[in-house]
Design a protein around this ligand. Structure first.
Ligand SMILES: *Cc1c(COP(=O)(O)O)cnc(C)c1O
Length: 502
C-alpha cells in the first residue's frame, strides 16, 4: 500500500475535461446578465482540469490510504470495530427510506416509525431497560442526555445534588459529559483487582451525589462482579446509576444491565450493533431508562395509538394494523436532543443487523466476542505483562512496561504493528495501566486472523528483547510514517512529500 498520490490540482492539464457537451442549440446568455454583480467572481475559479478517469483514480487511491475494517484487522479496544455486514448498507439505501423527508406527515412515514419503534423494543429486550430513545447522535451524546435526565429527575424531586462519581478507569467522555451538564466530578480509584472499590464508593457517595457513572464490563475488560451491591449502595443513598454501555458487546444475549439495577444505559449502535464508524461519520447512542425516568426522556416518543391491539407478526389482519404516532406530550421531558429523530440511517443498519442475526444469532455475539478476546489474551500473556484479571470479557489490557524498560514504548509497538498490516490496539488508555495497550478483537474475526495478530505481537516482543530499535522509525510501509500528531492536526500539510517524517 505504498501509494504516492499528488494533489488533484497537480494533475491538472489546461483544457482537459471530464466530458464534452454538444454545442448549445438555444440562445446562450452570459452569466453576468443572470446574476447580480455582487455574486460574481472577481477571478476565474482555480479548478483542476482533469479527465473523469483522473478523478476516479485520485479519489479511489486516496480512499485506499485509509486503514479500515474492510481491509484489515482493527483490534482498537473499547471501539468494537466489528464488520458491518453489507446487507445493512442495502437496507439503509432502500428508496423507501432514503426518499423520506423528515417533515412528511406521520401518516406517510408509518414504515420507518414502525422500524424505529421495533428497534426500541429490541434494545429493551436486549438491555432489560423499560424504555429507549434513539435520538442521541453518539455514545458521548447519550451520556449527556443521561446526565440531563438525572438532573431533571432530581429537580423534579426537589433535590439539588451537585456531584457525579466516576471511577478512574472510565472513558474520558464520562467526566466530560457530567461536567458539561454542570456537575462536579469526583474520581474514585479502582481497587487492586481493577474494579470499583466498594469501600471508597460508600464513603464518597453522599447526599450531595446525584449518580455514579459506571462502565460494565469496565475499560480493563473486567466484569464489575459487585454490580448488584454497587447499585444498592447508590440507590440507598438516593442516587442513580448511569451505565456506560459502550462495552455491551461482551453482554449481548447473556446478561442485561437493566436486571442489574442500572437506571440509565447508553448503547453505541456503531459499536455493538455493527453500524460503521470512524472518520467522523454519524453514530447513534440510544439511551434506555427505568420506568421512573421515562417521563424525562427526550420528545417526541414513538408510540402505538392503541397498545392493546398489537399487530400480529405478519400485520395481515386489517383491524389490527398499528398506527404509529409521535407523542410530544411529556411535560417533564428534557426536550429534543437532536433534530428530527436522530441518525436514522444508523438505526436502519442496526435493525437490519439484529433481524439478520435473529434471537439465536444475537445470543452468540457476546459469547464469541469473549471467546476471541480470551484466546488472544492467552496467547499473549507470556510475552506481555497483563496487570489485571486472569480472564477477560470482550477485551483486555496489556502493559508494555517490560518492553519500555528495553527502550520500546506502547506507541512504538503500535506503529510497528502497521507494518504487519494490523491496526494498532488502543494505547495509553485506560489511564490506570502504564504503557497500556487495549485489545478488542470482536466476534467477527476468524481464528486465522487472531493467530496472525498474536504471531506479530509475539515477534515484536522478541525483536524488542534483542534490538529494541527495530520498532523505532516505524511504520515503514504506510503512506505516512510518524507525523507530529499535534502539528498535523493544527497545521495539516496535504501535499505528498517523499520525506516520510513530515
Ligand atoms: C466509545 C466509548 C464512549 C463514547 O462513545 P462515542 O460514540 O464515541 O461518543 C464512551 N465510553 C466508552 C467506554 C467507549 O468505549
Amino acid at each position: 500500500m505504498n501509494l504516492i498520490e499528488p494533489l488533484i490540482f497537480e494533475k491538472s492539464s489546461p483544457g482537459r475535461r471530464c466530458f464534452v457537451l454538444p454545442a448549445c442549440d438555444v440562445l446562450e446568455k452570459p452569466v453576468t446578465n443572470l446574476l447580480p454583480q455582487t455574486m460574481l467572481r472577481k477571478q476565474e475559479a482555480k479548478l483542476p482540469e482533469v479527465s473523469e478517469l483522473d478523478v476516479v483514480r485520485h479519489f479511489t487511491r486516496i480512499s485506499q490510504m485509509n486503514f479500515c475494517v474492510d481491509t484489515n484487522f482493527y483490534p482498537l479496544g473499547s471501539c468494537t470495530m466489528k464488520y458491518n455486514p453489507r446487507i445493512n448498507e442495502d437496507a439503509a439505501r432502500m428508496e423507501g427510506f432514503t426518499k423520506l423527508h423528515p417533515y412528511q406527515p406521520v401518516e406517510q412515514c408509518q414504515g420507518i416509525l414502525k422500524l424505529l419503534y421495533n428497534l426500541e423494543q429490541m434494545l429493551i429486550d436486549i438491555s432489560g431497560m423499560s424504555a429507549f430513545t434513539l435520538q442521541p447522535a453518539a455514545g458521548a451524546h447519550g451520556e449527556l442526555t443521561g446526565m440531563l435526565i438525572i438532573r431533571a429527575y432530581m429537580e423534579n424531586k426537589g433535590e439539588t445534588r451537585h456531584k457525579i462519581i466516576v471511577p478512574d478507569s472510565a472513558h474520558g467522555t464520562n467526566p466530560a459529559s457530567a461536567a458539561l451538564c454542570g456537575y462536579d466530578v469526583e474520581s474514585i480509584p479502582s481497587n487492586a483487582e481493577g474494579l470499583v472499590d466498594i469501600k471508597k464508593l460508600k464513603a464518597s457517595f453522599t447526599s450531595d451525589t446525584a449518580a455514579l457513572m459506571i462502565t460494565n464490563p469496565n475499560t480493563l475488560g473486567l466484569f464489575e462482579k459487585d454490580i448488584l451491591e454497587i447499585c444498592k449502595i447508590v440507590h440507598d443513598a438516593g442516587g442513580l446509576v448511569y451505565c456506560d454501555g459502550a462495552n455491551m458487546n461482551a453482554l449481548v444475549g447473556i446478561a442485561r444491565p437493566g436486571d442489574m439495577g442500572v437506571d440509565i444505559l447508553h448503547l453505541n449502535l456503531h459499536k455493538t450493533f455493527s453500524t460503521p464508524h470512524g472518520g467522523g461519520g454519524p453514530g447513534a447512542g440510544p439511551i434506555g431508562v427505568t420506568e421512573r425516568l421515562e417521563p424525562f426522556l427526550p420528545v417526541p416518543r414513538i408510540e402505538i395509538t392503541d397498545k392493546s391491539a398489537t399487530e400480529d407478526t405478519e400485520g395481515t389482519e386489517k383491524n389490527k394494523i398499528n398506527t404509529y404516532v409521535l407523542n410530544f406530550n411529556y411535560p417533564d421531558s428534557i426536550g429534543r436532543v437532536r433534530a428530527f429523530y436522530g441518525h436514522v440511517g444508523m438505526m436502519i443498519r442496526a435493525y437490519t443487523y439484529l433481524l439478520s442475526l435473529g434471537k439465536e444469532g444475537v445470543c452468540k455475539v457476546g459469547e464469541h466476542a469473549v471467546l476471541n478476546a480470551n484466546y488472544l489474551r492467552h496467547k499473549l500473556k507470556k510475552h506481555y505483562d497483563i496487570p489485571y484479571g486472569t480472564t477477560c470479557m470482550h477485551e483486555f489490557v496489556i502493559s508494555a512496561r517490560k518492553q519500555k524498560e528495553k527502550g520500546a514504548s506502547a506507541l512504538d509497538i503500535a506503529k510497528k504493528l502497521l507494518d504487519y498490516g494490523f491496526h494498532a490496539p488502543t494505547i495509553y488508555f485506560p489511564l490506570i495501566v502504564e504503557e497500556a495497550m487495549m485489545i478488542e478483537p470482536t466476534e467477527t474475526e476468524s481464528r486465522e486472523i487472531l493467530d496472525a495478530f498474536a504471531d506479530a505481537m509475539i515477534q515484536i516482543a522478541k525483536d524488542i528483547e534483542q534490538q529494541p530499535e527495530v520498532v523505532h522509525n516505524t511504520p515503514q510501509t504506510t503512506p505516512i510514517g510518524r507525523p507530529d500528531e499535534v502539528k498535523a492536526a493544527r497545521e495539516p500539510k496535504l501535499r505528498w512529500k517523499t520525506n516520510k517524517s513530515s
